[in-house]
Design a protein around this ligand. Structure first.
Ligand code: SF4
Length: 194
C-alpha cells in the first residue's frame, strides 16, 4: 500500500506497524523475520508519509528509529527540543512500559526477547517486575547500550529495538543492526535507496 492511499477519516486511533512481525517467538526463527536495515528505513519513511494524510497516531512497534528520524529531519540533535522529545517519546518499551507473560507463566521483557525473568506461577509479578536483572538492565539502557546505540544522541528516545538485537546477536544490549540513523559500521552497505 502506498502512504498516500492511507485515507483520513477511515483510520483507527493508532496504527502500529511492527518491524519484527509476524514473529514465531524463538531466536532462531525471529532473526530471519526481523526487518533488515533497508526495509526498516523504507517502513519508517512510509510511516512518515502516511502520517501526513491521516489523523491516526503512527507509533511503530519494533521501529524506534521513527522518532530520531523525525527529529533528524527537523535538524534537532540536541538542546531543549531534544530534551522535550525525550519527555514525550521513550523508544523501545521492553521492560519499561511493556512486558510479555507467556501462557506457562514465564515473564519476558517483550515478545521478541526470549529471556525468562521468572514465572508468575512461582512468584508475584510485582516481584519479578521490580527485581529481575534483565529488567534493570533495560531500564538503564542509556548507560549500558553498546556500539552505535551507546554513543547515540537519540538513545534516550530510541534505544534501538532490543528484541531485534536479541534475535540477531543474542545480546539485548547490542547496537541495533537495522538502524539507518547511525548504521553499524560494517553494515552501511545495506542502506536502502531513497
Ligand atoms: S544508533 Fe541506536 S539509539 Fe541511535 S537512532 Fe540508531 S537504533 Fe536508535
Amino acid at each position: 500500500m502506498r502512504a498516500t492511499e492511507w485515507k483520513a477519516g477511515t483510520n483507527p486511533i493508532a496504527w502500529k506497524p511492527a518491524g519484527d512481525s509476524p514473529c514465531p517467538r524463538s531466536r532462531s526463527s525471529c532473526a530471519p523475520a526481523a526487518l533488515d536495515l533497508g526495509a526498516n528505513e523504507r517502513l519508517i519513511h512510509f510511516m512518515a508519509e502516511a502520517q501526513r494524510v491521516t489523523h491516526a497516531i503512527m507509533e511503530p512497534v519494533a521501529g524506534p528509529q521513527y522518532w530520531p528520524f523525525l527529529l533528524q529531519r527537523a535538524r534537532i540533535s540536541g538542546g531543549p527540543l531534544l530534551r522535550l522529545g525525550e519527555a514525550v517519546f521513550h523508544g523501545c518499551s521492553a521492560a519499561r512500559g511493556f512486558v510479555y507473560i507467556k501462557p506457562n507463566g514465564d515473564v519476558w521483557p517483550c515478545p521478541f526477547i526470549e529471556v525468562s525473568c521468572g514465572s508468575v506461577r512461582e512468584k508475584p509479578f510485582a516481584s519479578i517486575w521490580s527485581t529481575a536483572p534483565v529488567f534493570h538492565d533495560l531500564r538503564r539502557r542509556e548507560q549500558l547500550l553498546k556500539g552505535q546505540c551507546g554513543e547515540c544522541e537519540y538513545r534516550r528516545l530510541c534505544g534501538g529495538c532490543r528484541g531485534r538485537d536479541w534475535a540477531i546477536t543474542g545480546d539485548y544490549l547490542a547496537e541495533d543492526p537495522s538502524c539507518f540513523i547511525h548504521p553499524p559500521e560494517d553494515d552501511g552497505q545495506h542502506r536502502s535507496e531513497q
